[in-house]
Design a protein around this ligand. Structure first.
Ligand code: NAD
Ligand code: MG
Length: 382
């Protein structure tokens, strides 16, 4: 197996499961962007064949950190892509952002099973990625907890029997905040997710609900639902991870503790099941489950994602790229929290390229959207 983004939150959860079952797995490659120490330590622990660092300037540091081992070393963007293509039976795609797109596409070329956490890649490339997976015979298993839940509940042989797919959302740390409070929210407050421990970018996306918007687009590609059959409900306890309603009125849901090792284990063992050390659900201790309608006025990012979902074309790639730029600016304390969705919306309005049909076209749109969003973001700088 290969783990792309091995030093991140999802990468580390994946490594935890592998380390508990060392005899079952052989690790081909681990990749990371800049965390040399984390990468080297993980590569030693799982006896990886190769360790690849995305930042080419860190080749020397990685060599030093892995001196005296047999682990092959490489650095640079192309090296990450090559590692992705190396033909693992199972690849965890857990790089954050559209930076993961080329590696995921290379992994798809390499074949095998891909556990897909990197939603931004699928949002940006949509049909192109799904078609590539289809023609190479690669199986994409969703890691995102909602999509993994849907995958577990969906009767793929009877798509016509599905009436509705509902994604649950915790509502994030600002679920009950007023717009005035949200305007002053700091990066530390935005990253403090009430239920899940995740990387900084997805934590901010959960606070704006852009994450749920990206997940609607992700679901649209993974489980081609009927138009208008996708919904979102706020469920603050994060116990129900998503629901599938059938024409007869039956609703199937997947429940579990909010621990990413559960969906990751599902994709690792699929179609079997494996033991995990995760906390078991105690429904009596939880007591009650709440549900609310999402508030599109306080969380306009969700409305933006819904609008591009309906229109298709270049919109999802533009929205994703603009959001990545805006979130990075916010995390850098350069713009306010509410400016994130404003910048994403203004970027979407400011140019309308033709729908992409190739990976290069997606990457061109992504690059242009980043530059437009960057220019807009500078106007909002505090
Ligand atoms: P993270 O920031 O914790 O980790 C990201 C990983 O990607 C790191 O290993 C980093 O080194 C690598 N990386 C970053 N930029 C890179 C680049 N330019 N080139 C190569 N590698 C690069 O992120 P995360 O929270 O683990 O999330 C990873 C992906 O999984 C995201 O797409 C996220 O939306 C998705 N996801 C995460 C969770 C979660 O619980 N964390 C849940 C669902 C989905
Ligand atoms: Mg999710």
């Amino acid at each position: 197996m290969t783990i792309l983004g091995a030093t991140g939150s999802v990468g580390q959860s994946t490594l935890d499961l592998i380390e508990r079952n060392r005899e079952h797995y052989e690790v081909l490659a681990l990749t990371a962007f800049r965390d040399v120490a984390g990468l080297a330590a993980a590569a030693k622990r799982v006896d990886a064949r190769a360790a690849v660092i995305g930042d080419e300037n860190l080749l020397g540091d990685l060599k030093e950190a892995l001196a005296g081992t047999e682990i092959e070393i490489a650095a640079g963007r192309e090296a990450v892509i090559d590692a992705a293509r190396s033909g693992a039976d199972w690849t965890m795609a857990a790089i954050v952002g559209c930076a993961g797109l080329k590696p995921v596409m290379a992994a798809i070329e390499g074949g095998g099973t891909i556990a897909l956490a990197n939603k931004e890649a699928l949002v940006s490339a949509g049909n192109i990625m799904m078609q590539a997976a289809c023609s190479s015979g690669t199986r994409l298993l969703p890691v995102d907890s909602e999509h993994n839940a849907i995958f577990q509940c969906l009767d793929r042989d009877r798509p016509e029997a599905v009436r509705r797919i509902t994604l649950t959302a915790s509502g994030g740390p600002f679920r009950t905040w007023t717009l005035d409070q949200m305007r002053k929210a700091s990066p530390a407050q935005a990253v403090a997710h009430p239920n899940w421990s995740m990387g900084a970018k997805i934590s901010v996306d959960s606070a704006t609900l852009m994450n749920k918007g990206l997940e609607l687009i992700e679901a649209f590609h993974l489980f081609p639902p009927q138009p208008d059959a996708l919904g979102v409900v706020i469920h603050p306890q994060s116990v129900i991870h998503s629901l599938v309603e059938y024409v007869d009125g039956s609703v199937l849901a997947q429940l579990g503790a909010p621990d990413m090792r559960i969906p990751i284990a599902h994709t690792l063992a699929w179609p079997e099941r494996m033991e995990t050390p995760c906390q078991r659900l105690d429904l009596v201790a939880i007591g009650k489950l709440d549900f609310e309608e999402p508030d599109l006025e306080r969380f306009p990012a969700l409305a933006l994602a819904k609008s591009v979902l309906g229109e298709g074309g270049a919109g999802p790639a533009i929205l994703n790229a603009a959001n990545e730029i805006a979130v990075a600016s916010f995390l850098d304390n350069r713009i306010g929290f509410l400016d994130i969705a404003t910048i994403a919306g203004k970027t979407l309005e400011s140019f309308a390229p033709a729908a992409p049909f190739t990976l290069d076209e997606v990457l061109e749109i992504d690059a242009e959207a980043r530059s437009v969003a960057g220019a807009i973001a500078r106007k909002y700088e505090i």
